[in-house]
Design a protein around this ligand. Structure first.
Ligand SMILES: Nc1ncnc2c1ncn2[C@@H]1O[C@H](COP(=O)(O)OP(=O)(O)OP(=O)(O)O)[C@@H](O)[C@H]1O
Length: 912
């Protein structure tokens, strides 16, 4: 049976004499998880051996005894950590039911923390190396790119693609990277051919002996062992790992065995029984027999012993425990020898700068205390965010398919239609979405496509190509897809850490003086007038152009942020500067780029404007500007290096390609929605920066509640008010609509830009007449009182009333596409969607930020007494109320709303 629970107290480790001699044991006081316990969820980890979890009657604490080597994992335990013991035996002791490990047991610390196989491999080399890799990311260098290429060709060969065709295609695809590294295609191809010989030869052998069963790259997740990874290949159920290095010994390298053993554990959870692992050292086939002595066979097999598998789980436990406690590895945890380590210098520098204990020692001077404190605080915050991502993974098995669908995290019960082979061995898969359900998934997203069970079934990482009633995805393997799940990616979190590291450890001193408030931002004299009809916009452009360090543009709704950015960049380009344009989302980058292109029309050639990002992320009309990565290396690099304006999301700014680029200035739009490290990813690349945003609208999108929720923009506006300008003329709303937001959020400073804007109303729209509306809806702002049905997150009465309102507006001549509906909860969004026609946009505030509509209807979904904030945060109200141009209708229960002072003032205004 499996036992799972929370460590309730200190753990004691001791030695006892048994009939087999001295043995170590640890007695762990464990509060057994019961159904519904958080965060374990339903504690029923079933393994292939059919074990079931112990579900105790009560939540009383019992003792679980861990024997022998498992005491090493016991030493890691702290009170409050989660523990899982598989195949435990039950023992009665003084009337109490206790548990103990058996020879078949595994002990897993914090099983829902999913450690990646790569992490375990790095950790076994040296825990400090694992940490350094996390801080600095994978650099753009030739060995890494070559390694990826060989892996890709390996995958292609397994899928039956012709060798030469594969090499040509794969090298072509990486044109830009190879160009940045100064490599020529012919030389690269030759090297890959050498490596591929090993693969081909070995594949041939396999084919000759017997019927082979093969699978290329497989994504594997284990809920029992808390491990995830992608095996390079699986052959007859056993893992095969490809290494582009050489190995002249008979046996595989130890760290490589560890890696293969991780996959063995993962495969076992998928029902396999793995007794062998294979390592393929491709460089061996490129070596000349005369020069080298040793074993030149590329393929080295080893038997997968029980001891190794358990050792791997203990290693994994070390990582999970370290990450949960927030401690930094020192290197003393392992037996690695620093003098043989390639990373010794880096290790010493990082240790010195961050004043960390390290086996390699320290060199250099440590950062000032405030920077060390900052590093520490943000390191923890980012790691907390990472744990939230891990919790997302755990939901893959903790929630049922229906629960995930209700949470908008999955599309389920799809009807598989067909699979179609694509050029290059990939597959196009299609399925029908019969339920027509909604989800967070969007075209272009990476998803987990599965046959119904994303963890234990057949699942693949796939990309959504089309998403309506018919769903089309592309993947490496032909999964008969019936379910798509949101894939919780750690990439963003990884990049936050690297960006923070770069800002502090590689950052310019002057920049840090500004960020830490040790110096004031400076501005050069600029005489020119850039915008003659809007004083504050002109001041903002002047500040942006003249800034020697930074400028901050605060733009409330509709005040022309995008326009101001475009004018500022134009002025910089005219001065011959190279500029980076960035924002959190692709949508925001494309919007800003669109406005900019209008401004740049007569200033520079179009081919000097480059949009960096993936094909699926970029809006179709910006596609002509997209930097193509495939092609001739020299050519690709020339396009990038020659560009004067580069537009990319902040996440892409953290990519290996962008990290090599340098700019005179970085302009970041929607900066109030970015975390500090997220903003750093963009501004790290430039001499000066301009942040544009509104901290009275939506805050950064993060899962954890910590320092990441405040943007750098907001902090700097407070720290350096003299670097900021607030735009105060709005071009969107009728004056009556704007009043509440202006007084509540902008000290009454927000005003209509022109009389035309101030007096806009529905009569301006062709074919629409306010006379066709009932008296109560003729004012630009109205309130509809609905008592509601008293449920917590939905209100069907409000939904029904909203459907009527939409009909009323249609009768007065409005198009449905001119009406938007905003609700606080996703549940209410679904409820309303059931009542109104498809072509009315219904969504939460977050989806509406940055856009506007002629008419906006807000559903407050609140009845009775108000418990807790409706929109979570008043900033969301600000966004909701500032989306309409000509009419705003608030729908809610007036007595509930009146119980909160802000909503009460809102009611007064709406009913005036
Ligand atoms: N100085 C100006 N003169 C004339 N029109 C302007 C000026 N500034 C902005 N506008 C117009 O006002 C509208 C809103 O501008 P823009 O899209 O730049 O606003 P924004 O602040 O980015 O909006 P959001 O709050 O949605 O982010 C646009 O149609 C733009 O052309």
């Amino acid at each position: 049976m499996h036992v799972r629970g929370t460590v309730a107290d200190e753990v004691e480790v001791r030695s006892v004499s048994t009939s087999y001699g001295e043995s170590d044991l640890a007695e762990v006081p464990l509060r057994i998880a019961t159904d519904g316990d958080e965060p374990a969820g339903d504690a029923t980890p079933t393994r292939s051996d059919g074990g079931t979890a112990a579900v105790a009657e009560s939540r009383e604490t019992t003792t679980v005894t861990l024997w022998n080597k498992w005491t090493e994992s016991a030493e890691l335990l702290e009170q409050g950590m989660e523990l899982l013991v598989t195949n435990a035996k039950e023992e009665e002791y003084q009337g109490e039911t206790q548990y103990a490990t058996t020879g078949e047991s595994y002990v897993v610390v914090e099983p829902s923390f999913l450690v990646s196989v790569t992490s375990i491999r790095n950790w076994v080399e040296c825990p400090r190396l694992y940490y350094l890799n996390k801080l600095s990311g994978v650099p753009l260098n030739y060995p890494v790119v070559k390694g990826t290429l060989v892996h890709e060709v390996f995958g292609d060969l397994l899928r039956g693609r012709d060798l030469e065709e594969s090499i040509d295609a794969r090298v072509e695809e990486r044109g830009l990277q190879l160009g940045l590294l100064g490599e020529t295609p012919d030389a690269v191809k030759e090297e890959i051919r050498e490596n591929a010989k090993a693969i081909e030869g070995w594949l041939e052998q396999g084919r000759l002996t017997e019927e082979d069963s093969w699978r290329s790259e497989q994504l594997l997740i284990s809920e029992t062992f808390g491990i995830r990874g992608r095996a390079d290949a699986v052959r007859r159920g056993a893992p095969v790992e490809l290494k582009t290095g050489k190995n002249l010994k008979k046996e595989p390298r130890f760290k490589d065995k560890v890696q293969a053993a991780c996959y063995a554990l993962l495969l076992e959870e998928h029902g396999g029984d793995v007794d062998i692992g294979t390592l393929l050292y491709t460089k061996n086939s490129a070596l000349d027999r005369n020069e080298e002595t040793g074993d030149l066979t590329p393929a080295k097999e080893f038997s997968m012993g029980d001891g190794l598998l358990k050792y791997v789980v203990r290693l994994r436990n070390e990582i999970a425990a370290k990450e949960m406690s927030g401690d930094i590895p020192t290197g003393y945890e392992a037996e690695a020898k620093c003098e043989y380590c390639f990373e010794q210098d880096t290790c010493m520098v990082v240790s010195g700068r961050l004043d960390q204990e390290s086996k390699a020692g320290q060199i250099g001077q440590s950062l000032p205390d405030e920077e060390l404190e900052y590093f520490d605080r943000f390191y923890r915050a980012i790691e907390e965010e990472r744990r939230e991502v891990h919790r997302e993974y755990a939901k893959l098995w903790e929630q049922s398919a229906e629960e995930r669908a209700d949470d908008d995290r999955a599309l389920i019960d799809l009807e598989f239609v067909e699979k179609r082979p694509l050029e290059g061995g990939r597959w196009e898969l299609s399925a029908r979405n019969t339920g027509g359900a909604n989800s967070k998934l969007r075209e272009g997203d990476l998803v987990l496509a599965s046959d119904g069970d994303p963890v234990r079934g057949n699942s693949e990482l796939a990309r959504i190509e089309r998403l309506d009633d018919e769903i089309v995805i592309t993947a490496d393997e032909p999964v008969e897809v019936t379910r798509l799940d949101v894939y919780p990616s750690e990439l963003t979190t990884d990049r936050l850490l690297v960006a923070m590291h770069d800002a502090l450890l590689k950052g310019d001193e002057r920049r840090k003086d500004i960020l830490f408030g040790r110096a004031e931002p400076e501005f050069g004299e600029i005489e020119e007038t850039f915008i003659d009809n809007n004083e504050r916009q002109n001041e903002a452009v002047t500040k942006a152009v003249g800034a020697e360090d930074c400028a901050l543009i605060h733009g409330p709704p509709g005040t022309g942020k995008t326009y101001t950015i475009a004018r500022a960049i134009r002025a910089m380009v005219e001065r011959g500067e190279r500029v980076l344009l960035s924002a959190f989302t692709n949508r925001a980058v494309d919007n800003a780029l669109e406005a900019l292109l209008e401004q740049l029309d007569d200033v520079i050639d179009e081919d000097r404007v480059v949009r960096v990002g993936s094909e699926s992320g970029i809006r179709d009309d910006m596609e002509p500007y997209r930097l193509e990565r495939a092609g001739d290396p020299e050519d690709r690099v020339a396009t990038l290096q020659n560009s004067q304006v580069v537009a990319a999301t902040t996440s892409t700014c953290g990519s290996r390609i962008m990290k090599e680029q340098q700019f005179d200035a970085a302009l970041v739009d929607e900066a109030a929605q970015l975390t500090e490290p997220g903003t750093c990813a963009a501004i790290n690349l430039a001499e000066r920066f301009v942040l544009v945003g509104d901290h009275e609208q939506l805050p950064p999108v993060v899962r954890a509640e910590n320092d990441l929720t405040e943007s750098l923009f907001e902090r700097l506006v407070e720290l350096h008010p003299e670097a900021g300008v607030m735009l105060d003329r709005q071009y969107r709303m009728n004056q009556r609509i704007q009043v509440f937001a202006s007084t509540e959020f902008y000290d009454g400073r927000l005003r209509p830009a022109t009389p035309d804007v101030a007096s806009r109303n529905l009569d301006d729209l062709e074919g629409v007449s306010r006379d066709g509306l009932p008296e109560t809806l003729r004012d630009p702002v109205s309130f509809v009182d609905v008592e509601g049905d008293r449920s917590r997150y939905t209100d069907s009465e409000e939904a029904a009333r909203i459907a009527e309102l939409i009909k009323t507006y249609e009768a007065a001549g409005l198009e449905r596409s001119e009406i938007g509906v905003i609700a606080p909860f996703r549940a209410q969004v679904s409820e309303i969607s059931k009542h109104v026609p498809d072509d009315v946009a219904v969504d939460t505030v977050d989806r509406f930020q940055g856009s506007s509509q002629e008419v906006i209807i807000v559903s407050f979904t609140a009845t009775g007494s108000l418990e807790g904030p409706i929109f979570e945060d008043y900033r969301r109200i600000n966004v909701a109320l500032t989306r309409p141009k000509r009419a705003l209708v608030l729908v809610g229960d007036s007595s509930a709303l009146a119980s909160d002072p802000v909503y009460e003032r809102m009611l007064e205004w709406a009913r005036r």
